[in-house]
Design a protein around this ligand. Structure first.
Ligand SMILES: *[C@@H]1O[C@H](CO)[C@@H](O)[C@H](O)[C@H]1NC(C)=O
Length: 150
């Protein structure tokens, strides 16, 4: 291996170590918005490992296609295909980094905390995260796998 190739490998390993990549998500029906990027910190490798007793910073960047006075977050943990409500401390999107009223064709960062309770089982599941507008339509709906660990 020549010096050039070696330095490229070193560079990429450094990038991998220092910047966590955006979370790979699936869109589950963002009717009136479009998700740009999903970031969870810390999540050095995917699927994100969520340690019991810790809280994770979630940051969803999305564009809104509608106006809305309100926004409400609803989170489910999907276990073996069954969605189970996953309570979050602040459901109000307008208190989670979003300046309301939401304007049409604007970009927003929805920023909140995801606390992982110590009584959760150590399982792999899919997190489904929705943010609903005034009419109950999804400004975004994303899903991504996580692994709960002790
Ligand atoms: C959320 O993510 C966006 C896009 O990556 C970034 O510009 C913004 O600063 C982040 N906000 C917080 C509070 O981390």
């Amino acid at each position: 291996m020549d010096f050039h190739a070696a330095s490229i490998i070193v560079l990429f390993s450094l990038i991998a170590l220092t910047c966590a990549e955006p979370v790979k998500f699936a869109d589950c029906g963002s009717d009136v918005g479009k998700v740009v990027i999903v970031d969870i910190q810390p999540c050095p490798k995917q699927p994100c490992e969520l340690h019991k007793g810790q809280a994770y910073a979630v940051n969803v960047t999305f564009n809104s296609a509608v106006e809305s006075q309100t926004s409400k977050a609803i989170v489910h943990g999907v276990i073996a295909g069954v969605p189970i409500p996953f309570p979050i401390p602040i459901e109000d999107g307008c208190k989670s980094g979003i300046e309301c009223p939401i304007q049409k064709a604007q970009s927003y960062h929805y920023v909140t905390q995801l606390p992982v309770k110590s009584e959760y089982p150590s399982i792999k599941l899919v997190v489904e995260w929705e943010l609903r507008d005034d009419t109950g339509k999804d400004l975004f709906c994303i899903k991504f796998p996580v692994q709960i660990v002790s």
